[in-house]
Every structure is written in C-alpha cells, then in structure tokens.
Write a protein that binds this ligand. Structure first.
Ligand SMILES: [Zn+2]
Ligand SMILES: [Zn+2]
Length: 581
C-alpha cells in the first residue's frame, strides 16, 4: 500500500463522515491527514516513507496525524483493510460516494438527494435530473440540475478508468514497435483514440497486417514487457491487460488488403463512423471493419489506403484527429476541410527554459539538441523574478543571460537563438518586466503561474489587462490547467480568445503532456476568431523538446490550420507574424 492510497482511504472516510453529518472538526482531521499522507515520499519503501513509519510507530510524528488516525492507518497498512471504514460504508447506499464525486454536488447536497429523492446511484440521479425532479428541491434549481447532468458525464469518464495521453501514447508506441518487429508483419499502426490524440483513452489499439500465420504475431504481442494478463486470444484479435498504466491493449491482425479498412474502423470515433455508414448506405454500400461492400451483390471493395476509402464515399480524406463528427464530414463532402498543421511544418522550438531558471539543461545543451532535431531556431524564454520558486531572472541576470546567448550563438551559427522571456502575469494583470526590458526582447510569452483561484471576473480582468498590453506577444498556457492536478482557471474564455485575436496576440498550444493548453475545444473557439497559434514545447530539458508532437496533435484536433501557426515558418517570418495582427 502506498501513501497515496492511504490518503484516498482517509478522504473517503471524510466524505462518508460528511454524508453522516458528523462534526466539522472530525471531518477536517481526516482531510488534513489525507493531505499529510499525500506529502510523503511516493515510494512507500523510501527512507521516511510509509513502511518505515508504520514499522517504527512514528506515524503520529507527521504533522496533522493524531493518535486515532495513526491507529487506523497502521491497521490499514498491516492488514490491507480497515473495519471502521467498512462499517461507515454499510450506513449508506453503495453508490452514495459516486454522488459526492459529481463536481459541484458535495456531501451536503448528496444527502438531500438520497433522502428526498431516494437516489442511490449515478443512474438514479441522472434519471431524476432528466425528469426535472431535482430542480424542485430546496437549495437546488434548474442550473444545479444542468450542472449535475454535466458532472455525471465527467464522473463516468473517470470511472471508465480512461488514462491520460501522456501515459497511453508512449505505451502504444512501444507496443507498436514490438508488433512491427514480429514475424510476417508488413505494416502496423496505432489506432483508436490514441491515434486521434484524444486527451484520455479507454484502451490502446494496434492494427497490423501480416503475411503468413497470425499466431506468432499474437505471441510477440502477448509477451510484451508490462503485460499482466492475457484477456483473450482469438482468430484475429489478442487482448491483454497492461500493468502500468493498468489498461487494456488490443491487437488486430489482418491481411494486407484488409489493412486500410481495419485501421480506419478501429480508429473511430463511433460518431464519425455512424455518419459514414449513413453516407455509404445512400451510395448502395455497406462499411464495416472488413471493408466496403456493395449491398446488392458484387464483391468487397478493399481500398488500399484510408484516402482511397474516403474517395469511394466521395469524401475528401478526413485526418484521424478530426474524426469526431463535429462538422468534418460535411466539409469533406464539399472538399473544404481545413489544411491542418503537421509536425514537419514546425520550424522552431518556442518556449524553452534553461538552467538560468528552472530548466535542467544549459542554453548550449538546449540549442545543440534543437539543432539535432532539425530546428531552424529556438526561443530561450526563462522565467521572470515573480516566479521566484522557479529561480526567475531579474534584470541584471537577464542581461548576463544575453551575453551567454551571444556566445552560444557563435558556437551554433546555423540555428538562430531568439532572446525571450516567459513573463509572469501579475495579480493585477501587469507584466513582470519594465517596458524598457520588454521592448528589447524578441519573444515575450505572458503566463499566469500564481493566484489561479481568483474568481471569474477578477481572473478575466487580469488576463484582459495583460492581453491589452501592446508588448504581450504570446499568451502562454492560457487556462493554467495541469491534467490530474489543477483544473483550468475560471475565466470567460471566448471573450479573452476573441480579444487576443483582435489584438494580434498569439495563443499558445502548450505541448507539455500534462497541459495540452489550449485544449482542442478552446482551439476550435480560437479558430472561429481567427487567432494565431504557437505550438510550444515548454521544454525544461532536452528530452522535453520531443513533446512537440503533443502540441501538434492537440492543435490538429482543435482544427488548427498551418497558416495560423506562427512557428510553422522560418525565424524572420515567425518574428514578423508575432508582431502583426
Ligand atoms: Zn509557464
Ligand atoms: Zn514555461
């Protein structure tokens, strides 16, 4: 058992106590203890970690952990279960805690729902909300009812144990590499929502075409490192369970001539396919994982590529990231799909940190790595002094950094180094550099790093002021979210995005896999307003330069055309595009 798991148990106790209406001090004690356990080393066997403390009886030395909680955690770690929790659980319907997890609901409202409407599960709650029975309760209303319905969708997503792309993508790539090396495999690709660059994925799908027997390919897949269990192994499909992240991975093995339709089928999305099936039917065709066929006799049509498949339906080929039925099919009928940016279009690494602030590599190392990756330029944008926790630069250090940049530039004459800053947007919306400094910088990225919890109006006003500063050129990781850790800040996004577009401020799509910020929904809003987009790496190490594909994939999913991407062009055009609306 890890300290994080202990923390989760303590939180559950706190929630159950809240449902029960216990006194606030008792509840708070469990919450504080949960915080304390979250602060312990992640590895339970580490010095000062959970195991050592349980063994030595020193749990109560942790600030926030009293005697009663010490005993419970000791029981939990030693036996793997906790009687107190089990008794508490028995007092409420099985689904009660699911109700508490609905964003905006909380224990107090959940109790009302359980008592007044007799709801005992998410399904019950959804039914009640849809039938308009929730709005009549005291303290609820139509708005809350709507919020509950939206919240239920989020909870279900989490429960389906969808995993974030930063976990699934590397795993899918390593499985793909293994399958490609299997005997007889001539082609293989990642399919499913990972291929579509969805932020979270329910499973991993690989499609392979093999010459010869299927069995050896399955064998290679089933014996991949990290497989914890083989779930099914049939004629063309092998399903396994992975240990880390704990999720299912499926391999389909088909013949070469079936490959394009199989890849297309298993890429999804379901909604996209539903609409395609309708179009196929209107042309007297049927479409399935086995290919296209004429409904009235005639053989199967086996397109050699996805492009050909769309061609048979009189459609312009739809890139995987767009296949969500958000209007892409209608545009494909008119041959008017957006010309999406591609990884190969990006010429410069924008938003890079160095050891001058909180980066792990020197400027020379970052520049060398960028050159090896084929970049034409890099922007060094370290933090400013307000970001003291990140060793942000003051003016004196900034000037010294410029001396170093000049020296490194001599060492790397083929790649242009642009002098920049990631400037903090302060609480009042002003920027953390004097105007005279901002004017000398070639690249000014303005980001919020603190005070995420301002209310909607104040946060919106703060960012508005920053965007109205004529020296603000790029708006860094706008929503401030950190997936699995920090929700997006409250702000009126469309209003701000429209303002950025109007003022000619470029909006960042940050490729840090925990950020993906802007996300694809807001990128589509940015498209509506014609905003310029920067595909950033926000690299704090040379390795993180390789995160660029996350920015590109997210941008494509957000319908971002090449023409709006400032760093999909050479250094001088990049700089002039930043300057002009
Ligand atoms: Zn930042
Ligand atoms: Zn940064």
């Amino acid at each position: 058992m890890t300290a994080k798991e202990v923390a989760a148990v303590l939180r559950e106790i706190s929630q159950l106590l809240q449902l029960k209406g216990e006194n606030a001090f008792k509840i708070r004690a469990y919450d504080m203890a949960a915080d304390a356990f979250e602060g312990l080393p992640g590895d339970p066997a580490a010095p000062g970690g959970l195991h050592e403390r349980v063994q030595n009886g020193t749990l109560s030395e942790i600030s926030g952990v009293g005697k009663a909680i010490d005993q419970k955690v000791t029981e939990l770690v030693k036996t793997g279960s906790l009687k107190y929790l089990e008794e508490l659980r028995r007092e409420f319907p099985h689904g009660a805690l699911d109700l508490v997890r609905v964003p905006g609901l909380g224990p107090r409202k959940a109790v009302v729902l359980i008592r007044e409407l007799d709801v005992t599960s998410l399904d019950d709650l959804e039914k009640a909300a849809r039938e308009g029975r929730v709005r009549g309760l005291k303290g609820f209303g139509e708005k809350t009812e709507q919020m509950i319905l939206e919240g239920i969708v989020k909870v279900r997503e989490r429960q389906a144990s969808r995993r974030p792309l930063w976990e699934t993508r590397p795993l899918a790539e390593s499985l793909l590499e293994r399958v490609r090396g299997a005997p007889g495999v001539v082609r293989a690709e990642i399919a499913g929502s990972v291929r579509r660059y969805a932020e979270t994925n329910g499973d991993i799908d690989i499609v392979a075409a093999a010459q010869g027997p299927v069995e050896p390919v399955m064998e290679v897949f089933a014996t991949s490192p990290g497989v914890s269990e083989i779930l099914a192994r049939g004629g063309t499909k092998c399903s396994v369970r992975m240990r880390e992240p704990p999720m299912q991975a499926d391999l389909r093995v088909v013949t070469e001539s079936q490959f394009a339709t199989a890849l297309h089928h298993f890429t999804g999305s379901k909604q996209h396919h539903v609409k395609l099936r309708g179009i196929a039917r209107s042309k007297g065709l049927s479409i399935s994982e086995y290919g296209l066929a004429r409904i009235e006799g005639g053989g199967a049509l086996q397109p050699a590529s996805e492009e050909e498949l769309y061609g048979l339906l009189d459609l312009e080929p739809v890139p995987p990231e767009l296949r969500e039925d958000l209007g892409e099919i209608e545009l494909a009928q008119q041959r008017a799909l957006p010309e999406l940016v591609e990884l190969g279009d990006v010429r410069g690494f924008v938003h890079c940190h160095s050891t001058w602030s909180d980066g792990k590599a020197s400027i020379a190392q970052m520049v060398g790595a960028a050159q090896d990756l084929g970049a034409a330029y890099i922007t060094i944008t370290d933090h400013t002094k307000a970001a003291h926790y990140a060793n942000g630069l003051d003016e004196d250090r900034l000037l010294r950094q410029w001396d170093e940049i000049a020296k490194v530039q001599e060492q790397f004459p083929r790649l242009r180094i642009l002098r920049g800053s990631e400037v903090d947007i302060l609480e009042d919306g002003s920027l953390d550099w004097h105007e005279r400094v901002l004017e000398k910088l070639e690249v000014v990225i303005c980001s919020v790093h603190q005070r995420f919890k301002l209310d909607l109006d104040r946060q919106t006003e703060r960012i508005r002021r920053a965007l109205e500063n004529p020296l603000c050129r790029i708006w860094g990781h706008p929503s401030g979210r950190y997936l699995g850790d920090r929700d997006p800040m409250p702000a009126r996004w469309e209003e701000l995005i429209a303002l950025a577009a109007e003022r000619g401020v470029t909006i960042e799509c940050n490729g840090t896999p925990h950020r993906l910020d802007l996300n694809c929904e807001l990128l589509r809003v940015a498209r509506k307003h014609g905003a310029k987009i920067c595909l950033s790496v926000d690299a704090h190490s040379t390795r993180e330069l390789r995160n660029l594909h996350y920015a590109v994939g997210t941008a494509r999913r957000g319908w971002t055309e090449r023409s709006r991407v400032v760093n999909a062009r050479d250094a001088s055009s990049f700089l002039s595009m930043l300057q002009h609306a």
